[in-house]
Every structure is written in structure tokens, then in C-alpha cells.
Design a protein around this ligand. Structure first.
Ligand SMILES: Cc1cc2nc3c(=O)[nH]c(=O)nc-3n(C[C@H](O)[C@H](O)[C@H](O)COP(=O)(O)O)c2cc1C
Ligand SMILES: O=C(O)C(=O)c1ccccc1
Length: 389
């Protein structure tokens, strides 16, 4: 609670700004509009839209509106506590910064700014394989804060081992294996522009800092910046993965492993049967399978089926404090933030990301308190009612 508590009382007391704060909107929808004014057309076209016509991305957000919080009265909430622990990692609140690649697209300091902001607010940072800063640079930026590593499992086992050993050596403790992007989804806005950040010379420091990857490059990156993009395209797609290969991964990672991209209750059960420690119920913010179900709609059944065996994390569509409260009440142990923190990053670097995180946590705190809860641990399905149609 330490970090968040300090900031909450000194800056965002009762939701009001008391001291110096960045000149940024406090609601995340307005923040997205402001970020759209500063992002390049390419960056905007990559970050904001989703797969296909965006039906799943819209469904992700709309799903939260089908639930309403039912406030309780005269329940002492003078001392409130958002602090929690997930798979041994302590955090100021049940919120993590989700893995997001190529963040220099949004701001020159990219992942370094986001990682510093996460550490300053006391939330874990999940570092993407697809990042524009290396595993080691981001570890240094996080300092004493919690470090989780997200794996895009490359086709080359030697490269995969290299990523894993570098991450472990740099002090990352938890592995989040993203399963929903073995092939990049159909994304018309990028296709129409002929632009994908990781195929250009930018955005793949995580690969170009890797000795195994560099050995795979026939031409040096200095000679031909396009060579890295081509080598990346040859190792990134991995549609041959199946459940049997998790044993291989388990042998190579000592800490907890979470599977990201789970949407089917049977896959959640399979994750438990294969000895995983957690899952992230996610559809990648609607960026992969357009027409897929809303992520929140899958959460209750999944949490019910495996919540006693696995840590159940959730993402896709979180845009406000009440959204966080609803996901927790429906069975999530914690949520991951995606696009919203990128908008803060685009507008003001580290300060902008901190602003987004503090606004979100302050709104979670006020929503819980005014609904009669001293802690998110008191939430249950009974805290919500379905919205009448
Ligand atoms: C620009 C962008 C890049 C992303 N890169 C990754 C990535 O490298 N690895 C990953 O597992 N998920 C990635 N994601 C997905 C997020 O981790 C998360 O699942 C998603 O953004 C949640 O949906 P939301 O943006 O609606 O909150 C990315 C999302 C965005 C918007
Ligand atoms: O754009 C994404 O959503 C994403 O996860 C990704 C996938 C491959 C390379 C870079 C980012």
C-alpha cells in the first residue's frame, strides 16, 4: 500500500487534485481522444484499432455495461486497503501493466518510462518480448519493483532458451506466455498503410539485443535495417504450438508460469491440468480474432471452474475504476491494463503513465469505499446485478 497510499493522500485526495498534477484529462476516454492528437497516423493506426471491423474490441468494452455495482451502506470503510499478492508478488492494488510491444511508437522513452511509472506506483510491470527496449534495460528501469516477463514463444528453441535465461538472469520472476498471437491477426488499418512497426527498423530491441537472434541474421542490421524485420518474421509466428510443449517450457523456467489469451473454460482447465500457475483471461484487446466473444463474458465461468487451482487474471476492455471492480467481483484476482497506459505514455511519458495509474487506482478506491467495501477482497458475485434490458 505504501506507494499508492502516499500518492493518494497527497495528490488525489478524495479524487481531487491537490498539488501539482499533469494537465491531462482524468477519464480514460478523453485521454484517448487527446492522445490521438499527438500520435503519428502510423502509431495511432497500430495502437487504437483492433482486428477486422473491431466488433470484439467494442464488445469487450460493452460487456462491462451489462453489470452494475450494488452499493451497501453503513459498512465501515474508513480504512481501505487495495494492496494484494498474486502468485507471491506483492502489489499496491490488483492491477498490472500488461505486456505491450514497441512502445517507442508512443513516446521516445517507450518501455523505460512505463516501467519506471509502474515501479513508482507500486504495480508490477510485464515486459513484452516485442518491446523496443531490451530485457536488461527494462529490468534496470524497474529497479526494486516486481518484474514479470511476457514470452512470445519463437519457433527457434535456442532463441527461446536465450530469452528465458536472459529474463531469469535480469531478475524477472514470473513468465506470462501469450498463446493468442501465434499468427498476427487481420488488421486492416495496418495492412492498408503497409505499416507494422516491428517489420521496420524500429521496435525490436528485444530481438536485436539477443546474441542468438543476431547469429540468425545473415546480413548485419547496420548494412540492411530490413534484415532484422525479415529474421523476426521468420521466428515470430508459431502456429505449431500445442499443449504437450508446455512441459518443455516448465523445465526451463523456475518461477510461476501464466498462460495469456484463455477464453474457453476447457482451456482454463487444461492449463490447470498441465501444471500452470495462472491464466490471463484475455482476447488481446480484440486485436486477434474479430467476432470473438467479449473477454468479460467468459470470466465468471472460467473463475468458477479453476479459481481455486489457478491465479485468474483478466484483461481486454478495462477503461475505468468500476470496470476493475466488476472484473474482480466476477472472479479475477487482478487485472491487466492495456491501451489506457499507452495513451498516458504518448501524452507525457512517465508522468503520463503515472497519471493514468493513479487516476485508475483512485477511482477503484472511491468506487469500493462508496459501495461499502473496505477491500476488494470483500467483493463477490453478489456485489453486482445484471443491467436490466
Ligand atoms: C499496441 C499494443 C501492443 C501489444 N503488444 C502485446 C505484446 O507484445 N504481448 C502481449 O501479450 N500482448 C500485447 N498486447 C495486448 C495487451 O497485453 C492486452 O491484452 C490488451 O491491450 C488488453 O486490451 P485493452 O487494450 O482493451 O485493455 C498489445 C496491445 C496493444 C494495444
Ligand atoms: O500488436 C500486438 O497486439 C502484439 O501483441 C504484437 C504481436 C507481434 C509483434 C508485435 C506486437
Amino acid at each position: 500500500m505504501a506507494h499508492f497510499g502516499d500518492h493518494q493522500s497527497s495528490i488525489y485526495f478524495n479524487g481531487m487534485f491537490l498539488g501539482q498534477t499533469p494537465d491531462l484529462p482524468t477519464d480514460l476516454t478523453s485521454l484517448e481522444e487527446r492522445a490521438a492528437e499527438v500520435l503519428s497516423p502510423e502509431a495511432l493506426g497500430y495502437i487504437v484499432p483492433s482486428a477486422g471491423g473491431g466488433a470484439t474490441a467494442r464488445a469487450n468494452v460493452a460487456a462491462f455495461d451489462r453489470w452494475r455495482i450494488v452499493p451497501r451502506m453503513l459498512r465501515d470503510h474508513a480504512v481501505r486497503d487495495l494492496a494484494t499478492e498474486v502468485l507471491g508478488t506483492s502489489m499496491a492494488a490488483p492491477v498490472l501493466l500488461g505486456p505491450v510491444g514497441v512502445q517507442t511508437l508512443a513516446h521516445p522513452e517507450g518501455e523505460l518510462a512505463s516501467a519506471r511509472a509502474a515501479a513508482a506506483v507500486g504495480l508490477p510491470y510485464v515486459h513484452s518480448t516485442q518491446a523496443s527496449h531490451s530485457i536488461e534495460e527494462v529490468a534496470a528501469a524497474v529497479g526494486d519493483g516486481p518484474r514479470w516477463y511476457q514470452l512470445y514463444w519463437p519457433t527457434d528453441p535456442e532463441l527461446c532458451e536465450s530469452f528465458l535465461s536472459r529474463a531469469a538472469f535480469a531478475g524477472y520472476t514470473h513468465l506470462v506466455v501469450t498463446l493468442d498471437t501465434t499468427l498476427l491477426g487481420w488488421r486492416p488499418r495496418d495492412l492498408d498503410r503497409g505499416y507494422l512497426p516491428f517489420l521496420q527498423a524500429v521496435g525490436i530491441a528485444n530481438y536485436t539485443s539477443d546474441p542468438v537472434f543476431l547469429r540468425r541474421l545473415e546480413k548485419s542490421v547496420e548494412e540492411d535495417p530490413g534484415a532484422a524485420g525479415i529474421a523476426f518474421a521468420s521466428v515470430f509466428p508459431n502456429p505449431g504450438l500445442d499443449w504437450s510443449q508446455l512441459a518443455w517450457l516448465r523445465e526451463r523456467w523456475d518461477g510461476p508460469i501464466l498462460l495469456k489469451g484463455i477464453q474457453h473454460v476447457d482451456d482454463a482447465r487444461l492449463a490447470a491440468e498441465h501444471g500452470m500457475d495462472g491464466i490471463v483471461v484475455s482476447n488481446h484487446g480484440g486485436r486477434q480474432v474479430d467476432g470473438a466473444v467479449a473477454s468479460l463474458d467468459q470470466l465468471p465461468a472460467i473463475a468458477e471452474a479453476v479459481g481455486d487451482r489457478l491465479a485468474v487474471l483478466f484483461d481486454s476492455g478495462i477503461r475505468s475504476g468500476p470496470d476493475v471492480v466488476k472484473a474482480l467481483a466476477l472472479g479475477a484476482d487482478a487485472v491487466l491494463l492495456g491501451r489506457p497506459f499507452l495513451y498516458g505514455l504518448a501524452l507525457a511519458g512517465q508522468v503520463g503513465v503515472e497519471h493514468v495509474l493513479r487516476c485508475l487506482l483512485a477511482e477503484v478506491d472511491l468506487t469500493l469505499g462508496n459501495a461499502g467495501y473496505a477491500s476488494h477482497r470483500e467483493l463477490s458475485r453478489d456485489s453486482l446485478a445484471p443491467t436490466p434490458r
